[in-house]
Design a protein around this ligand. Structure first.
Ligand SMILES: NC(=O)c1ccc[n+]([C@@H]2O[C@H](COP(=O)([O-])OP(=O)(O)OC[C@H]3O[C@@H](n4cnc5c(N)ncnc54)[C@H](O)[C@@H]3O)[C@@H](O)[C@H]2O)c1
Length: 243
């Protein structure tokens, strides 16, 4: 991938203040895009770089619509949406978590992705061009003990991606998702050592994914080089996933 492949593009990255989100933002900027971040922690870094940082809870439709209006005004129409905001939730068995926890995790990971897709996709369809990249997880394919709400929400993101990809297939808007295994530098840092070791042991390459490896795949899916893939689920699992 050469640099500046995204020149002239406007991108939104949700959860862009987190570990993976920061790497995606840096990569899209490097490739020439202008980038807006929707995150809970808002405008605190507004003056430190060229990124438009908007305080936005992706689960709240009115928040997302207002944030999108600000992006349109400041940067112009949006061609790239990266749905990356996410919440791991507690490490606990399904029968032990509260319904409130279940709702919060699925609300951020799945409903937040839906809300952002819904807000952004119609403009893209009208323009006849767009790239939507949803950050799912290998756990959405396989399930994962002690992470039931998270795994179920990511399975939902995969199904949403496949569905929206089919619905928009002739519109010029491509919708794909990626399914990383554990990534160093993000929410995996919240996990205690024993569980980290267990997850590491299941990865044939015997290392975690890096944030830059996630960002590189996102950059390709956001570019014109990606032209015949939609509704796709892209593996980043160091050999763990067999489908
Ligand atoms: N780190 C991993 O091992 C891993 C593996 C596979 C997939 N993922 C996925 O990658 C994405 C990024 O994860 P990360 O590891 O960088 O986590 P992180 O916790 O470092 O970052 C998540 C970001 O999302 C933001 N966020 C949470 N709720 C939000 C809301 N309601 N509205 C707006 N922003 C919100 C947080 O403020 C944070 O900046 C997530 O979707 C996660 O599920 C992570």
């Amino acid at each position: 991938m050469t640099e500046a492949t995204l020149t002239g593009r406007v991108a939104i990255v949700t959860g862009g203040q987190g570990g993976i989100g920061r790497a995606i933002v840096a990569r899209l900027l490097r490739d020439g895009a202008r980038v807006a971040v929707f995150d809970l922690s808002g405008n605190e870094q507004a003056s430190r770089d060229s990124v438009l940082r908007i305080n936005c809870d992706v689960t709240v439709q009115a928040n997302v619509e207002t944030a999108l209006a600000s992006v349109r005004e400041a940067l112009g129409p949006v061609q790239i949406l990266v749905n990356n905001a996410g919440l791991l939730g507690p490490v606990a068995r399904v029968i032990e978590i509260t319904t409130e926890t279940w709702r919060r995790v699925t609300d951020v990971n799945l409903t937040g992705t839906f809300v952002c897709c819904k807000a952004v996709a119609s403009d893209m369809v009208q323009a006849g061009y767009g790239r939507i990249i949803n950050i799912a997880s290998v756990q959405g394919k396989e399930g994962m003990e002690l992470a039931g709400a998270y795994a179920a929400s990511k399975a939902g993101v995969i199904a949403l991606t496949k569905t929206l990809g089919k619905e928009l297939a002739t519109s010029g808007v491509l919708v794909n998702c990626i399914t990383p295994t554990a990534v160093d530098g993000g929410m995996i840092d919240e996990i205690e050592d024993q569980r980290r070791a267990y997850i590491l042991d299941r990865i044939p390459m015997k290392r975690f994914c890096s944030v830059d490896e996630v960002a590189a795949m996102v950059a390709w899916l956001a570019s014109d080089e990606c032209s015949f893939s939609t509704g796709g689920v892209f593996d980043l699992s160091g050999g763990r996933s067999s489908y």
